[in-house]
Every structure is written in C-alpha cells, then in structure tokens.
Design a protein around this ligand. Sequence first.
Ligand code: HEC
Ligand code: HEC
Length: 175
Amino acid sequence: MEWLRGRPYLTLWIALALTLLGITVSQIDSGEGPAHFDMPPDPSFVKACGRCHTPFAPGLLTVGEWNRVMDTLQDHYGDDASLDGPSRLGILRWLEEGAADGPEATRLMQRIAETRVKTQDLPRITISRLFRYQHQEIPAHVWTRKSIGRMSHCGACHIRAETGRYDRDEVKIPR
Ligand code: HEC
Ligand code: HEC
C-alpha cells in the first residue's frame, strides 16, 4: 500500500477502524481471514463433486435446491454423476448442513440465494443477481475463453475455490 507510506497517523486510524470491524490489516494483505464458504471436512466430497468442475461450497445453494441436484444425479445438467446410495446420502447431509438457508449460513450466502432468478430447470448458482453484480466487471468475451469456458468454473479464476476461498486479492483471470 504505497500511498500509506509516510502517513503513520492515517495508517493507524485505518487499522483502528478495521480492528473495530473485526478485520486486521494482515488478514487483508494475506487473504488469511475466514473463507467465504466452509467446505465439508472429508476429501471424499471434493473427489465426488470436484471431478468435472469446481466443487461448489454447500453455502452456494439452499436445502431445496441441493435436494433437487442430488435427486437427479443420473441426469445432471446433461451428464451422469450418479453415486452409490450411502455416498449420495453422506454428501447430501453435508450440503444440507452448510446450505444457504441452513443454520450456519452467512449473510453473503443468504443474499446470493435470495437474489437467484427462479427457474424450473436445475438450479444454477450463477443466475443469482448478486453473483452477476459481483462479476459485472468481467466482459462477456472473457467468460468464453477456452481457459474458463463457463461461469460456473469458479476455480479458473478463484485459485483456492476448492477450499471455499474467494478472496478478491487472489483472483487470477486466465488468458
Ligand atoms: C460426471 C461429471 C460431473 C460430476 C461427477 C458432478 N457434476 Fe455437477 N455438473 C456437471 C456438468 C457438465 C454441469 C453443467 C456445467 C455447465 O453447463 O455450466 C454441472 C453443473 C453443476 C451445478 C450447477 C452449476 C451452475 O451454477 O451453473 C451444480 C450445483 C453441480 N453441478 C453440483 C454437483 C454436485 C453437488 C456434485 C457431486 C454430487 C456434482 N455436481 C458432480 C458435471 C458433473
Ligand atoms: C472469469 C473469472 C471468474 C470466475 C469464473 C468466477 N469469478 Fe468470482 N470473481 C471474479 C472477479 C474478478 C471478482 C471481483 C474481484 C474484485 O471485486 O476485486 C470476483 C468476485 C467474487 C466474489 C466476491 C468476493 C468478495 O470478497 O467480495 C465471490 C463470492 C465470488 N466471486 C464467487 C464466485 C463463484 C462461487 C464462482 C463460480 C460459481 C465464481 N466466483 C466464478 C472472477 C471470477
């Protein structure tokens, strides 16, 4: 932060204000604050749901939406993502516990879910108005790059999406 150099009092006031907000300067610098989304603790989740795309955090859809996704794995957005019974139920339990309308949900999760456009099709994280707002500065031609391909390829730009981290200072848009 070049502009803060030689301005010790300003730095101090900003640090104080951020501390009051529960944020420390080092968190902002290093992106080591809490992750935006909690991920299930067991690696079998990423193995089952991160094989074809970014493993989406439970907090990105509601309980009802996750049930729809998990009830239709044989016909999953045009793919077959079937799981055996026990695996399916185990994953569904994690998804429900961390869902956007579940007990652990944060305001960010609730807002992404509340602003989602209602549809008869399988639910899409990316049709949320808040999601569109957060990504409005990305021009259309960037989304269609080979290295990205689709909006739901979160991990193409959010380099630690697998662990639920979506820090702004870690975004790397691939060429
Ligand atoms: C065999 C490959 C495959 C597996 C395994 C798989 N998916 Fe998918 N999934 C897809 C495809 C293909 C899409 C559609 C991508 C697109 O059109 O943007 C998709 C899309 C999604 C979407 C919608 C994303 C959006 O907002 O556009 C969700 C949610 C989702 N998958 C959840 C899951 C979950 C949960 C699991 C684990 C139980 C899983 N997927 C496993 C292939 C897979
Ligand atoms: C093409 C690259 C790209 C893809 C793909 C992408 N994002 Fe982003 N995302 C960004 C950029 C750029 C920002 C804005 C960073 C800023 O404001 O400085 C952002 C911001 C965000 C934020 C707000 C972070 C904050 O602290 O304000 C969240 C949450 C987020 N993205 C989630 C997602 C999710 C979930 C997906 C997949 C469903 C996704 N993104 C896909 C590039 C991308």
